[in-house]
Structures are given as structure tokens and as C-alpha cells.
Ligand binder design. Structure first.
Ligand SMILES: [Zn+2]
Length: 149
């Protein structure tokens, strides 16, 4: 089962399809949490709202995947899976693909931004390196769909 099929993740993927990055936040204590839960893990309140955040963050850590665990990923090897933090959503670390021309070019705290891609019936999301002013770095632009902003 993928997280797209888990009901608690449905709001996340609906927002990705609408090209928004949203995370659950507790209305009682104001803290974000991830993964989605029906109750706040900090104060146990059940009043959870989904808040849009700026789709920019920093790379906390990453790994380079060199083995295809599913046949659909064979053509993408090697690819990078990163842990991404967001200034607008303290406490969130999102696991997502990071597309880069060179896995050697990644660094801790590297600025990244979301790329929303239309999928088959749902949105898809990955991140690309960016500059502090929000422009994509040169070496990565050829791997991205330039028609999507
Ligand atoms: Zn709370």
C-alpha cells in the first residue's frame, strides 16, 4: 500500500494535485505534525487543520537509491530520496524524491523547492535544488519540466 491509498494522506495528495504543499497542524496547540494523524501527537486534541506552506525547504539528509525495489523505478536509477524541512512548518520532515543532475552536488541544508507534476488522476511531487532567492540551480534545470512553475 502506498501513502496515496491511506485515507489520512488524502488531503495531502489532493493539495499536491492542486499544486499546494499542505501539512496537518493542530488548532489547539498550533504545532505541525507528520505523518497525518487524527489526533495531535503533542497535545492529543482532535482539531486538525491542513495548512498551506511555502513549497520551499532545506535538505536535512538524503540517500542515493541504486537498487530498484519496484520494476517501475529501474529506469530512474540512481535516484535521491531526501528528508526535507520547511521553515513554515517547524517539526515536519518530509520524505520525497530530490531530482538533481549530480548526487555529489547535494549538501546538508541545501535549499530545495517543490515541483508539482500532473500525474494520472493525482498530483506527483518531487523537489529540486534551488538558490536562496528561489531560482533553480543551473545544473538541475535540464532534469525538470520547465513548463511547470
Ligand atoms: Zn496539539
Amino acid at each position: 500500500m502506498t501513502d496515496e491509498q491511506i485515507p489520512e494522506f488524502a488531503p495531502f495528495w489532493r493539495n499536491v494535485a492542486a499544486r499546494r504543499l499542505c501539512f496537518p497542524r493542530c488548532e489547539a496547540c498550533g504545532r505541525f505534525h507528520w505523518y497525518p494523524l487524527t489526533r495531535c501527537p503533542h497535545c492529543f486534541a482532535a482539531d486538525i487543520e491542513w495548512c498551506a506552506v511555502e513549497p520551499r525547504g532545506t535538505l536535512y539528509s538524503w540517500t542515493v537509491v541504486r537498487h530498484a525495489f519496484a520494476a517501475t523505478f529501474v529506469d530512474r536509477l540512481p535516484y535521491v530520496v531526501g528528508l526535507i524541512e520547511f521553515p513554515d512548518a517547524p517539526g515536519i520532515r518530509l520524505v520525497s524524491e530530490v531530482r538533481t543532475a549530480s548526487t555529489d552536488a547535494l549538501w546538508v541544508s541545501m535549499p530545495v523547492r517543490a515541483r508539482f507534476v500532473d500525474g494520472s488522476g493525482a498530483g506527483e511531487l518531487h523537489f529540486v535544488p534551488t538558490t536562496p532567492n528561489g531560482r533553480e540551480s543551473h545544473e538541475d534545470s535540464d532534469l525538470c519540466d520547465s513548463s511547470i512553475q
